[in-house]
Design a protein around this ligand. Structure first.
Ligand SMILES: Cc1ncc(COP(=O)(O)O)c(C=O)c1O
Length: 398
């Protein structure tokens, strides 16, 4: 706090401190205010020491009230002891992975990850002597046969992007621990509202809060949640590399997450209805969604997500650019956007977005053909949404 004084200074000097306090009682606002401040004043060195001892607020890169509030919320949502909240999902992923590995370590990862996570492993960590092997995490034999004595970390997404496969998190966590390795799970596609990887043995869970968690497509943010023991080194690293979430994004995300439970229910309902309707349409080659009985992990997903299957699906259309363009232009309720998890339905084309830098043969190996579109369902009325898709497909491919 500034020093209060009756002493008068010149206009330019007083201008710096007038109106800097809220003088009336303001202890319990209905909504959390935004603490847009880089630092907090202390009275003297004893007060400074007290701030250090009580983990009070001093400097934004270390701690900020909005970030602390979001941390508390993420601890609850993911059922963890502690979290760090980061400037993006990628900041969360890189902070988590770097905090757990050193030169000479090996990472065993699922091969169908978000493209930029693959780049972190291949282009960044490799430079620092950390090697990564990519295998299919839905095939435990592949996981088991690729573990090495120096494997420090196993890494997967709860639901892969964009093929929507579902690995058995419990089996992978048990296997990681039998081999003295950690498991990190990226839970962005389902969030702790549907599935909590830490309850199934994961050591750290990372989230891009930019997506379903915030749900309003207006903030970029991420989190890492786990035990105090693993979050402390991630926090120490975050302070050094400055990957912290800013106050305004932290505020927006904790605000958006108040309705996560309601949104995700409708998003799951829409995705399942759309998947079923599109799987019955003769123009659609393939639909990837775990609600479908022919999805390779339908039963596992039913057990893991307790009857809901997430708001993400992907569809394969004939590789005809002109018709795909027409289909996209015919849609009224779904728009192309380089994001997912918002309250409106959005489309993305992995070949030209998340997997743009992945070589074509590698992409095809992952099942990402030139006809694949990813759909992130919003909270529209289910019938409106399904009819809009069917109409657009029938118009474009008739
Ligand atoms: C599964 C997954 N993880 C991480 C990220 C990265 O999140 P951000 O864009 O917040 O950095 C994305 C982005 O789309 C994603 O889909």
């Amino acid at each position: 706090m500034f020093k209060e004084t009756d002493k008068k200074f010149s206009f330019g000097t007083d201008l710096l401190s007038k109106g800097a306090y809220v003088r009336e009682p303001h202890d319990n606002p209905e909504a959390l205010p935004i603490f847009m401040t880089t630092a907090f004043n202390v009275e003297d060195l004893d007060d400074l020491q007290h701030r250090y001892d009580t983990k009070g607020f001093c400097y934004n890169r270390n701690r900020n009230p909005n970030r602390s509030a979001l941390i508390e919320l993420m601890n609850y949502v993911e059922n963890g002891e502690n979290s760090i909240c980061c400037s993006s999902g990628m900041a969360a992923i890189s902070t988590a992975v770097i905090s757990l590995t050193k030169a000479g370590d090996h990472i065993l990862s699922d091969k169908t990850l978000y493209g930029e996570t693959i780049e972190i492993f291949n282009n960044i960590l490799e430079k620092y002597g950390v090697e990564t092997t990519f295998v299919d995490f839905t095939d435990m034999d592949q996981v088991k046969s690729n573990i090495k004595p120096n494997t420090k970390l196993l890494y997967t997404e709860t639901m892969s992007n964009p093929m929507i496969t579902v690995p058995d998190i419990k089996a992978i966590a048990d296997f990681a621990h039998e081999n003295n390795a950690y498991l990190i799970v990226d839970n962005t596609f389902v969030t702790g509202a549907l599935f909590k990887p830490l309850d199934y043995g994961a050591d750290l869970v990372v989230n891009s809060l930019t997506k379903f968690a915030n749900g309003h497509s207006d903030a970029v943010c991420g989190s890492v949640t786990g035990s105090n023991e693993l979050i402390q080194p991630a926090y120490n690293l975050q302070v050094l590399i400055g990957s912290q979430a800013d106050p305004f994004s932290s505020f927006l995300v904790q605000r958006g997450m108040r309705t996560l439970h309601l949104r995700i229910k409708q998003q799951c309902k829409n995705a399942a209805a759309l998947a079923l309707a599109l799987s019955e349409n003769p123009h659609v080659i393939k639909v990837n969604h775990p609600s479908l009985k022919n999805h390779p992990q339908h039963e596992l997903a039913t057990a893991m997500f307790k009857g809901q299957y997430g708001g993400m699906l992907s569809i394969e259309l004939p590789e005809d650019r002109e018709k795909m363009n027409k289909f996209m232009r015919e849609l009224n309720l779904a728009h192309y956007a380089m994001t997912l998890g918002g309250y409106r339905t959005t489309l993305s084309y992995p070949v030209m977005s998340s997997h743009y830098d992945v070589p074509r043969e590698k992409r095809l190996e992952m099942g990402i053909s030139d006809g694949l579109l990813r759909i992130s369902c919003g909270i529209e009325n289910t019938e409106d949404l399904v009819n809009d898709f069917l109409n657009a497909i029938n118009q474009a491919y008739a």
